[in-house]
Write a protein that binds this ligand. Structure first.
Ligand code: NAD
Ligand code: LMR
Length: 340
């Protein structure tokens, strides 16, 4: 039996990540080969021609699952009846812009979009924020959608950081990425994030930390590698990509957004993944912050559930606390703006 099409809204659809996302969603990479999709592309007037071009190419792809593409610059039309929202469009940091200016500019985008989701989206709507600063933009959107949509329906993307961490470990240990489970990204999608391998295991059951120590000839050398190579490489990978490519990550970001929504909707498989979710105080994170934590999904419509009860050593706790402090400072800044 063919199911009803799922309505999916992509904001910033005329941008780089939008272009990398649309064709994979239309091809069934996100929701599976049995779920038809209807796409709504939200842009600002300056981005509309690029989105129109993408829509023409979507038609030319003759994707069997694609049941329509609509373009608009009105959030109320874009989110009307939508079940999945990928909030990609954001204001990038311009010359001379301070962090506070960036937060204010994005509050002006994610506030109205959250309000529109609250007003017109489908009852089962879930939104993932990709546009930076992603965690705090998600906080703003969730606050603006309340009380019509529960805050838990809003998440922010740290799957790219998770995938980057797995990619680094796979290359170092010379194993396939899917042989590595239970890596965690804790905290903010920023350079303060804490990529943690303390619970990570290989498919034969060997702890990743032990495999690193075996390769380097001891635990001390493994700790040094984790501190001096692995952690900065993952946490600063966004900046490295910008330096090498000349612009921020695109295909890997779109791939991570697809992984995030697919796992949230259809379920995680082996072990957990990482996503920035609304805190209920887990691991001492102040309630309401949108913080990256280890999560699983059963694919039953309930979304991501936090894995609780994991232990930190002193180093881990210190690194996680620093990232949470940054999230709290961002929340305080947008509170001062009246955005949450
Ligand atoms: P881009 O500049 O190519 O595209 C952004 C698009 O958003 C533009 O077409 C612009 O017109 C549109 N836009 C701006 N304001 C809008 C609004 N109010 N409503 C709808 N559309 C709007 O940028 P990109 O490379 O596609 O990146 C998009 C965002 O994703 C950036 O903020 C980037 O920093 C972020 N990003 C996040 C991650 C992550 O892992 N969370 C990774 C990579 C990039
Ligand atoms: C990334 O992680 O690639 C993006 O968030 C870009 C950035 O500014 O780091």
């Amino acid at each position: 039996m063919v199911s009803e099409p799922t309505t999916i809204t992509i904001t910033g659809a005329g941008g780089q990540i939008g272009y990398a996302l649309l064709f994979r969603i239309a091809a069934g990479d996100m929701l599976g080969a049995d779920r038809p999709v209807r796409l709504r592309l939200l842009e600002i007037p300056q981005g509309m021609r690029a989105a129109e071009g993408a829509a023409l190419e979507l038609q030319d792809g003759a994707f069997p699952l694609l049941r329509g593409v609509e373009l608009t610059d009105d959030p109320r039309i874009a989110f009307d009846g939508t079940s999945i929202a990928l909030l990609v469009g954001a204001r990038p940091r311009g010359p001379g812009m301070e962090r506070g200016d960036l937060l204010a500019a994005n509050a002006g985008i994610f506030g109205p979009q959250g309000a529109a989701i609250g007003a017109v989206a489908a009852d089962d709507v879930r939104a993932v924020v990709v546009g930076n600063p992603a965690n705090t933009n998600a906080l703003i959107a969730a606050a603006s959608a309340a009380p019509d949509v529960p805050a838990e329906r809003f998440t922010a993307l740290t799957r790219l950081d998770h995938n980057r961490a797995v990619g680094q470990l796979a290359a170092f240990l010379d194993v396939a990425p899917d042989e590595i489970a239970d890596v965690i990204i804790w905290g903010n999608h920023s350079a303060t994030q804490f990529p943690d391998v303390a619970h990570a295991v290989l498919s034969d059951g060997m702890p990743v930390a032990e495999a690193i120590a075996e390769r380097l000839g001891g635990r001390d050398a493994a700790t040094t590698w984790l501190d001096e190579v692995f952690l900065p490489r993952v946490a600063k990978r966004g900046a490295e990509i910008i330096e090498v490519r000349g612009s921020s990550s695109v295909a890997s970001a779109a791939n991570a957004a697809i992984d995030h929504v697919r796992d949230e909707q259809l379920g995680t498989h082996r072990g957990w993944t990482s996503a920035a979710v609304v805190s209920h105080g887990e691991y001492g994170v102040p309630e309401g912050l949108v913080c990256s934590l280890p999560v699983v999904s059963r694919g039953d419509g309930a979304g991501y559930r936090v894995i609780e009860g994991l232990e930190f050593d002193a180093r881990g706790r210190r690194l996680f606390d620093a990232s949470v402090a940054e999230l709290a400072a961002e929340r305080d800044a947008v509170r001062e703006l009246g955005a949450v």
